[in-house]
Design a protein around this ligand. Structure first.
Ligand SMILES: Cc1cc2nc3c(=O)[nH]c(=O)nc-3n(C[C@H](O)[C@H](O)[C@H](O)COP(=O)(O)OP(=O)(O)OC[C@H]3O[C@@H](n4cnc5c(N)ncnc54)[C@H](O)[C@@H]3O)c2cc1C
Length: 372
């Protein structure tokens, strides 16, 4: 049976694990964090990606977990309302849409629960070396014993380790989009009732909205900047960067920054795209953000991850163990879908994608129905 090591237990990794097991392969997922990562803002499952979630058998639970916004306001730096809408929210689009917005951690938890009895998960470890030969890949881990796998897939996000080891340094592929984002949670100190508030002040901005039945807030704070030098693992350093950049802001920002200093689920990253000519090499492949991050601005990163995992697993099934053929099909199927979704950002610099371009992009691939 073909053994596949998947790096990363995010949306892409767990989804791939599900489909590989269902197609008779043997997946193992290695996740760097000690447990599933929490935190992050609400993400969207749209268009074709809803089918993947449906075929996985978790669509009712995903719909149950959806955010339930009534609308949104946009305020200036002093908190004065500039506009409001009860029809759309910038984060998710039209509120009457069939698409689903839910917290990233809720989706990854549902995917994990769906797969944990069939897929081997290793938490708290990471790949340190990959050595490929004719018959497989010898993998060394930071903590665990070395093992051999037939194939290795990087589903380990924007700063993918598999990409670095198999394809070269991140700077060859990462295109910074000029903005950094911090996301964290706190109690609903603003008493928001299923209502988003967006603010903009010069080159800074963000959004605040309630989650978990209005008991908590999820906050996103952003600022424009040239690429910054910092340690990806040093969250104290990252918090300080955000605090410094937003130090002079008014409205509720000082209270939010105070909460950020303590937030256990603090997440910070650049808004960036990964653009690569090749997503596979030898016995290794990339899916999701690792291969084709479209950035938060696209609103399509999670859907790309779901669809990419499905398409790769489907290609491996159809190729009956011939990974070269499978990888070729995977790339050929995904390339146009990725390009149209990445263009949501590059063709709409600065603003959210239009409804028309989003409708086109989210449906820009046709999936074959699973065979069993
Ligand atoms: C904690 C967190 C918060 C996020 N918040 C937001 C957000 O607010 N807005 C937004 O648009 N996108 C956010 N994202 C990214 C978003 O989840 C992805 O764009 C999208 O869901 C595609 O998923 P993915 O599975 O390709 O990558 P990700 O969701 O990034 O998952 C990658 C997984 O790989 C793991 N990993 C990373 N490096 C290694 C390694 N060396 N070895 C093993 N495992 C590794 C990570 O811990 C993570 O579990 C966040 C990602 C994370 C991990």
């Amino acid at each position: 049976m073909t053994t596949v090591l998947i790096s990363g237990a995010g949306v892409a990794g767990s989804t791939l694990g599900y489909w590989l097991h269902r197609h008779g392969l043997t997946p193992t997922v290695v996740e760097q964090a000690a447990a599933l990562r929490v935190g992050g803002q609400a993400i969207d499952v749209r268009g074709v990606a809803l089918k993947v979630v449906d075929w996985l058998g978790i669509l009712p639970k995903v719909r149950q977990a959806r955010t339930r916004m009534r609308g949104m306001s946009v305020v200036d730096g002093d908190g004065n309302e500039l506009m409001r809408s009860t029809e759309t929210a910038f984060s998710s689009g039209r509120l009457d849409s069939d698409d689903v917005e839910l917290l990233r951690e809720d989706l990854t938890q549902l995917l994990y629960e769906r797969t944990r009895s069939d897929v081997e998960y290793i938490f708290g470890d990471s790949i340190s070396t990959l050595t490929e030969d004719e018959n497989g890949v010898h993998v060394e881990f930071t903590h665990g014993h070395p093992r051999r796998f037939d194939l290795v897939v990087g589903a380990d996000g924007l700063h993918s380790q598999v990409r670095r080891l198999a394809f070269g340094p991140e700077e060859h592929y990462l295109h910074h989009l000029g903005t950094y984002l911090a996301v964290f949670g706190l109690d609903n100190i603003l008493d928001l009732d299923n209502w988003q508030v967006w603010f903009r002040d010069g080159t800074t901005g963000g959004v605040v909205y309630p989650v978990r039945d209005n008991t908590q807030l999820r906050v996103t704070l952003g600022f424009e900047s040239e690429p910054l030098e910092y340690d990806y693992r040093d969250t104290a350093w990252q918090r300080q960067i955000v605090a410094d950049k937003l130090a002079n802001l008014r409205w509720e920002i000082p209270r939010l920054l105070k909460a950020m200093a303590e937030a256990p689920d603090f997440y910070f990253d650049t808004m960036a795209q990964i653009r690569m000519d090749a997503w596979t090499t030898g016995r290794m492949a990339l899916i999701g953000d690792a291969g084709y991050c479209a950035s938060t601005l696209s609103g399509q990163g999670t859907s790309l991850a779901l669809v990419g995992a499905y398409v790769l697993a489907d290609a491996l099934r159809k190729a009956g163990g011939d990974h070269r053929t499978a990888f070729g099909c995977y790339v050929a199927r995904m390339r146009p879908f990725v390009e149209v979704n990445q263009a949501l950002v590059t063709a709409n610099a600065g603003g959210p994608p239009s409804e028309e371009s989003m409708t086109n992009a989210k449906n820009a691939i046709t999936l074959d129905t699973p065979s069993n």
